[in-house]
Design a protein around this ligand. Structure first.
Ligand code: NCD
Length: 318
């Protein structure tokens, strides 16, 4: 396997690389040695959109590995962007001080643009607008494999804002690599249905596919419900009325009533943050996997940092 250069989009991973990432993640989880201690390596997080989990977990991952962190959580206001600096110039500058950059930006394609001007510094896409969020998808897939013993023969429902959820976009590009998945269900109201290009990609994968607007009908059939919030910040004035109409409705909600319809060994995942679409009354059910999913994110990100900055074979052969 060639050394990974950047982490920009889910399509970049082949199945062999995914297998290695998950193996490295398992090893690190069993034995989290600080491989980067005394390395002098620095990770910068450059975030132009809000985040709790993604930024903290990257920073925790780097610190647990023994590396250093430079961080700005509100780059829109607290970096030279506020003075009108181009993203490309900010990234070039930060690259001069760091060995890897974790970037979250509202513009689709921002991470790829950053990688073009910084070919020698790994760029990790931590969310580019409604484009992709590949590291989240890696931890989502890792969680499904860990919780369900793999994806072979499993039925998976992706629910909610299929149009704007970058986590769903990246996860679909990963899932469609596994032709042995039992069934994919795309569950959403019409106004946030999956966009055409990605739908065609999923349809071409030959995994059995059902498009539905009825979560209660789908829930008893699936092994995984991957729920998402309506991405309020991505709605423009024209469709904001639809957001307001739907965001409190019970129709697409995971709650105690929906739990009763689900298989006893199914799992509920959610990238978080949740708003009204996943109620806290579900949290204590063993099928609620979303906080375990958060923890998995730490180990996935440690694995990615090791693979980008250090010696993957050392971890695998220890
Ligand atoms: C997601 C994101 O930022 O796309 N959050 C995350 O990173 N876990 C999902 C969301 O904001 O709804």
């Amino acid at each position: 396997m060639d050394k990974m250069k950047h982490v920009l989009k889910a399509q970049q991973f082949d199945k062999e690389t995914l297998k290695t990432i998950f193996e490295v993640t398992d090893r690190i989880r069993e034995n989290p040695i600080p491989m980067l201690r005394n390395s002098g390596l620095i990770m910068s997080t450059l975030f132009y959109e809000p985040s709790t989990r993604t930024r903290f977990s990257f920073e925790a991952a780097m610190k647990k590995l023994g590396g250093d962190v430079l961080s700005t959580e509100n780059a829109e206001n607290f970096s030279s962007t506020a003075k009108g600096e181009l993203l490309e110039d900010s990234v070039r500058t930060v690259a001069a001080y760091s060995d890897v950059i974790v970037l979250r930006h509202p513009r689709e394609g921002a991470a790829e643009a950053a990688a073009l001007v910084c070919p020698d510094t790994p760029i990790i896409n931590a969310g580019d607008g409604e484009g992709q969020h590949p590291t989240q998808a890696l931890l989502d897939l890792y969680t499904i494999r860990r919780e369900c013993g793999g994806v072979n023969g499993k039925s998976i429902a992706l629910v909610g804002d299929l149009a704007h959820s970058r986590t769903i976009h990246s996860l679909l590009y990963l899932l469609t690599k596994y032709k042995n998945i039992g069934h994919l269900y795309l569950v959403a109201p019409e106004f946030v249905k999956l966009k055409r290009e990605l739908l065609l990609h999923v349809a071409e994968s030959d995994i059995p596919l059902t498009i539905s607007a009825d979560l209660k009908e789908v829930a008893p059939k699936v092994d995984v419900i991957y729920q998402t919030r309506l991405q309020k910040e991505r709605f423009d004035q024209n469709d904001f009325a639809m957001y307001q109409k739907y965001h409190r409705q019970a129709e697409y909600r995971v709650d105690a009533d929906l739990l009763k319809l689900m298989k006893p060994d199914a799992r509920i995942l959610h990238p978080l943050p949740r708003v009204n679409e996943l109620l806290p009354e579900v949290d204590n059910d063993p099928r609620a996997a979303y906080f375990r999913q958060v923890e998995n994110g730490l180990y996935i990100r440690m694995a990615l940092l090791v693979m980008l900055l250090s010696d993957t074979d050392f971890i695998l052969n220890q």
